[in-house]
Design a protein around this ligand. Structure first.
Ligand SMILES: Nc1ncnc2c1ncn2[C@@H]1O[C@H](COP(=O)(O)OP(=O)(O)O)[C@@H](O)[C@H]1O
Ligand SMILES: [Mg+2]
Length: 299
């Protein structure tokens, strides 16, 4: 495991913000730490990147202990946002070359790497413009490019697309997807289910400082009960009658019936309805979304 954490705890004053977080991330995978605002995502990332000390628990990155070997840890990771102090009066290219020089790349190597990264992040056209003229999405990409100069083995992305418009978000997703194809390990945090679903091999659902579920998007969906059949009725009378003859949960004028997703089960439900003279307005089969998972597990 390139990232391994066990029993991480952290309190601020009397408030416990992490209550025993465990993580195991294999090299080359993408993990999403998914959770609502205040769940403890940034605190977890700060501990793993040596910026915050946990009160208890331990963590290693590429085998290096975050508390005892912070310098070695910093040598194998990157954290986006760390170059928030990008020089606004310099161009994108100048900023990248500067970081390359700070990373002790020779001038030709820094130039080459800068060229590659500008190309890859779609910033070639804007490379000679001052950063203060960049859009939010361009800044975010430049920030990520800067953090990649040193070729880190593990990249931490704390809410990489929060606040971006849909087009910039989608560009960022493509960029992240490419890093993954290179075999870089990524741990990203997000509040967006769609983002976790789209980018991550595994999702760790964090709520109130606790991991409430872990798995692939599909596993999480299965975990909360697979499929259901939705019957919508025209009025309360029909709904009540249906509730009497079918096992389900009523919500407004809809009856939700847990299902194994087979045609046989759907036939059975329709037979029961017909035998009881019931005629729903709509029948639909519903596979849980990550949204359902989120609501079910973070309620
Ligand atoms: N330096 C700090 N001092 C006091 N409380 C903090 C500090 N950092 C974070 N918190 C609190 O810890 C909780 C978790 O915060 P955070 O890890 O930033 O959550 P997330 O990134 O998931 O939104 C929040 O309630 C936040 O207010
Ligand atoms: Mg945060």
């Amino acid at each position: 495991m390139i990232v391994e954490a066990t029993g991480l705890r952290k309190s601020y004053g009397a408030t416990e913000v992490l209550s025993g977080v465990d993580l195991r991330v294999p090299e080359g995978s993408v993990h999403a730490l998914l959770g609502p605002n205040g769940a403890g995502k940034t605190t977890t990332v700060r501990i793993l990147t040596t910026l915050t000390r946990p009160d208890d628990g331990r963590a290693t990155i590429a085998g290096y202990d975050v508390l005892r070997e912070p310098a070695q840890v910093r040598g194998v990771i990157s954290l986006t946002g760390q170059y928030a102090a990008v020089d606004e009066d310099q161009t994108g290219r100048e900023n990248l070359v500067m970081v390359g020089r700070l990373m002790h790349l020779g001038r030709p190597a820094a130039r080459r790497r800068t060229g590659d990264l500008l190309e890859r992040f779609g910033l070639t056209d804007a490379m000679d413009r001052r950063v203060k003229t960049y859009s939010g999405g361009m800044r975010r990409r430049l920030d990520l490019a800067m953090s990649l100069i040193a070729r880190p083995r593990v990249i931490f992305l704390d809410e990489p697309t929060t606040g971006l418009d849909p087009a910039s978000r989608s560009t960022m997703w493509e960029v992240i997807g490419e890093l993954v194809r290179d075999g870089t390990t990524i741990l990203l945090t997000t509040q967006y289910l769609e983002e976790a679903d789209r980018l991550a091999d595994r999702i760790v659902l964090l709520d109130h400082g606790r991991i409430v579920a872990t798995g692939t998007a599909d596993e999480l969906k299965t975990q909360i009960g697979g499929e259901r059949i939705e019957l919508r009725f025209a009025d309360e009378v029909q709904l009540l009658k249906a509730t009497g003859v079918l096992d389900g949960v009523a919500d407004e004028l809809v009856l939700n019936i847990p299902s194994d997703g087979t045609a046989a089960h759907l036939h059975h439900v329709l037979d029961v309805l017909r035998d009881n003279g019931l005629q729903p307005e709509r029948v639909s089969s519903h596979r849980p979304t990550l949204d359902d998972v989120f609501l079910a597990l973070t309620a």
